[in-house]
Structures are given as C-alpha cells and as structure tokens.
Design a protein around this ligand. Structure first.
Ligand SMILES: O=C(CO)COP(=O)(O)O
Length: 494
C-alpha cells in the first residue's frame, strides 16, 4: 500500500465508489479502502435496486433534494457514460382505499416541490394500462415516469473501475483498524498497512459510526433496519411492467414489486430494526410478510418459482431519518457520509456531487484533470448478443465459446474479463454479482465449481484458497480422492 494520499475514502459500496469516481475528475491523489475482498458487500449488495423518482422525502431533508438530483444525473450523464443497465420503467404508488387518497395527493405535492417531473395521479383504466396485472381493486395511483431500475453491482464495479482508470487506487481487504488524528493529516491504519491522508471520507455504511468513533466523533449512531426479499426465476412468467409500491407509511415505503434489469421479478423489503449489523439472515415471518404485502398489489405472486431469498440492512440514523453528509466541525479534514439508507442508490450521484463540493471547500479550490475520461465499458454480455455478434466474439477469443453458466449463458471469457479488470473480481460471489454465473435457476449448482477452478487458475492460487465471499467462507477444504483422469488423459478423451 502507498503511504500517502490526498483523499482516503473508506468503503467500497456505491456511495464510496461514486465519491471516488467523481473526485478522480480532479487533480487529486485518491485512494479507496474496502475491508472485504470485493466491492459491494454491504447495503449496496442487497436492496431493491431502484432509482426512486424523488417524491417520498420532504424537500427540507437531504434525502428529498439529493434523490431528485441523483435521478436527474442518472438520466443526464451516468446512463451515457457508464456501461451499466438502467431502465426507466416508471413507478406506481397504488391506493386501494378511499382514505389513502390524501396521501397520494401529499406525495404528488411533495414530488412537485422536490422538482420531480411529469408526476400525475391516474385512475380507472389508466392504472391498468400502465400495469395490467395489478389487483383489481386499485382506485388511484401516483405515476412517476422518471423512476427507474439499475443493477447496483455493475454500477458500483463500473464506478470503481472508472475511478481506477482515472488514477485512483483501490485496496480490497484493507479494513480500517484505527485512525490517528495528526491535525493536518490523518494516519489511517488498515489491514494492508498505514496510509496518511489529508482528507478522510467516511462512507463505511453499516460501520460508519464505528469509523467516526475512531477519531472521537460520537454524534451519530447507525441502527440497522433489515429488509427481506424474494427473487423470482426469469422464466416465472410474472407480468410486471413498472415498479409497484403500496401507499407508504411513516416507517417505510412498503413492499415493492419490481422487475430487475435482467428480467427477474423482485419483491420486498419489509422493515425491521435489528440489533446487529452482521445479521443478514432471513426469517419465516419476514418472508411471509413480504409475500403477503406483494400479493396485495400483484395477486398472482406465490412461492412458486422463487429462486432466492435474501436480506439486506439499511444503515439508518434513526434520530433524524436523514442522510448525514458533512465535514466534521470537531475533526477538520474528516467528512462523514453516513445514514445512506433508501433512497441512497438513487441519490448516490448527487451525494458524490455534494462530497466534491465539501472537499473543494476544505481544500480551497479544485483543479480539473484534463485527462479525466468519464467512460467505462464492462465485459461483453454474451447472452444479449445476436448469433452473428457471438460468432465474431468466439472467433476473436475462444474463451467466449465456453459456456460456464448455462442458466444465464455466461462464458469463460466474461469471467476472465471480470477478474482482469483494473479492480478485478477475486471471489466467487463477486464474479456472480459482476457477470452472473450462479444467478439463474440452479443458483450455481452446476457452474460454481467451474468458477472456483477459473479463479484458482487465473489468480494462481490453490482451489481450496478460493473463497465464496470472504476468508470465513472457503468453499473447499482438501482433496479427498485423486482425479480419475490426469490432464493428458482428459485431453486424449476429448
Ligand atoms: O427503497 C426501499 C424499497 O424500495 C426501501 O424503502 P424504506 O427504507 O422506506 O422501507
């Protein structure tokens, strides 16, 4: 690890990676540290993957202003610059009872105050034109055409790679153990070594309060709010066109039914305050609540064709219910970017913009780097190509002729590319999040051993050193019997 940097960002989720990418536009030395062996393992990993339109939060909250601005930046810039799936499906907030209608009006007004364009309340057949399979007792719905869906994993990886292409250094498995405030600089002690930084940006998600405590800041506490989800098989034939919400309560936006960028249907989350930031387990009660909630808007949903259940944690600051994004008064040079719960993903580009503004104030002016390139292209997606394009790719590189994951048609070429990117994949789950082997109906039953094998060969490590997610999740212990055929015999047999 290098020993000095201008800006050190703690946390490899979407917030930290967006900040790294936006700061890499300037003539600054940027470093990002992440405690896990891959990006995107906390809140960014397990959420509803939505670019909310921006009508939920009050205009006087950071959430209200930054959601709207973030949505605008995704439309204007991000979708054109980064090779990331974003679809503008629109959202519907569905009211089924007369007494919920004033709440829809309130959301409409709030959205308009926040500057959300093209919001309208639709009634009768107009609702069903937008969402034909909606429960037949809907009486009105707020329609927000600027709402969208995004792949949060591909987005975060694209941001980190783009930042790295523009000179940022990203260190994985570099968990922060302590921070010494030396006045002008901070000495940050990580599992990969010490690094001295002029400015530290705390984007540590669920751990942001612990990181702040290291420099003596105890003004906020992160309370994890768990949300559980069901994900359906692509072949499930559930017809959902938009992102469907119930009318929100004071506590939550409610259980959503939404398509994902790859054509699955996702339902969730419930909202439960829990004790531990490590507790990502699902519960019978929670999942039942999710299914019951989702059936209220899309009745055809059942447990049939569910391929995955999971839980994610929102890093909430419950006293304010808002984001906390500020340079600390107590510790100059320390910037907290905390409490980034929903709509954090939607707000992330605007949060990064705000962070750049804070850094500019702290440093007293920023100079643009004339060589900054905002564009990034990820590995090709074999499954989305025409036969002609596929044939051409295979001709260029035979690794694209080897299908590793049959459910999702993922080739060896794509997996190798994910490992070879500037911030390359190192774990089985990282490969899954980036290029999808194991994301389909069999959930890795067939392809996981092959991914282990590719990682082992490409990284030059034994197979039993390959991990699913972290050091605690090694997949193989030791060889229990010799292979029946040696390599030469295998190739003779082929
Ligand atoms: O964004 C979310 C669902 O889409 C989560 O919202 P809440 O945190 O308000 O429950």
């Amino acid at each position: 690890m290098k020993d000095k940097t201008d800006i050190l960002i703690i946390g490899g989720g979407v917030t930290g990676c967006f900040a790294a990418r936006e700061l890499s536009r300037y003539d600054l030395d940027i470093t990002l540290v992440e405690k896990e062996p891959s990006l995107c393992t906390g809140t960014t990993k397990a959420n509803t993957a939505l670019i909310h339109a921006g009508f939920n939060a009050d205009p006087d909250k950071l959430k209200g202003r930054l959601n709207m601005r973030g949505n605008q930046l995704y439309h204007e810039r991000i979708q054109h610059e980064l090779d990331v799936p974003i679809e503008w499906l629109g959202a519907l907030v569905v009211a089924k009872e007369e007494e919920k209608l004033p709440k829809l009006e309130e959301l409409l007004e709030k959205g308009q105050e926040n500057g959300v364009p093209d919001l309208e309340i639709v009634k009768g057949d107009d609702i069903y034109d937008l969402e034909p399979h909606l429960a037949d007792d809907a009486i009105a719905a707020l329609h927000a055409p600027t709402a969208g869906i995004v792949n949060p994993f591909e987005l975060t990886v694209a941001l980190a790679n783009n930042a790295a292409m523009n000179g940022a250094d990203v260190y994985l498995e570099a968990g922060v153990e302590d921070i010494e405030d030396k006045g002008e600089t901070k000495l940050v002690k990580t599992a990969k070594g010490d690094i001295e930084a002029d400015i530290v940006i705390n984007a540590a998600g669920l751990y942001a309060d612990k990181i702040a405590n290291m420099v003596g800041i105890d003004k906020f506490e992160i309370t994890p709010r768990r949300g559980e989800y069901y994900l359906y098989d692509k072949q499930a034939d559930i017809d959902v066109q938009t992102t469907v919400f119930p009318v929100p309560t004071k506590i939550t936006k409610g259980i959503v039914v939404t398509p994902t960028d790859e054509g699955n249907v996702l339902i969730g989350p419930n909202a439960e305050v829990i004790e531990s930031v490590e507790n990502k387990s699902t519960t019978r009660e929670g999942l039942d609540e999710v299914l019951n909630g989702a059936q209220k808007t899309i009745p055809e949903l059942s447990k049939r064709n569910v391929i995955r259940e999971f839980a994610g944690l929102r890093p909430a600051i419950t006293e304010t219910g808002d984001f906390l994004i500020e340079a600390s008064d107590e510790v100059p040079g320390f910037i907290n970017v905390a409490g980034i719960q929903s709509p954090g993903l939607a707000s992330a580009p605007a949060i990064a913009e705000k962070v750049v503004g804070i850094v500019e104030e702290e440093i007293g002016g920023l100079k643009e780097d004339p060589d900054f390139d905002p564009n990034y292209e990820g590995p090709p997606k074999f499954r989305h190509m025409s036969h002609e394009e596929q044939a051409k790719l295979v001709e260029e590189d035979e690794n694209y002729g080897q299908i590793i994951c049959r459910c999702e048609s993922v080739t060896k070429g794509e997996i190798l590319e994910a490992i070879r990117e500037p911030v390359g994949a190192r774990t089985v789950n990282d490969i899954k999040r980036r290029v999808r082997p194991g994301s389909g109906r069999c959930q890795g039953g067939f392809c996981e051993p092959k991914v282990v094998n590719i990682l082992s060969e490409e990284l030059g490590i034994p197979e039993n050193e390959v991990v699913l997610e972290s050091e605690e999740s090694k997949l193989l212990r030791e060889r229990t019997k010799e292979p029946l055929l040696n390599e030469e015999e295998v190739s003779d047999n082929e």
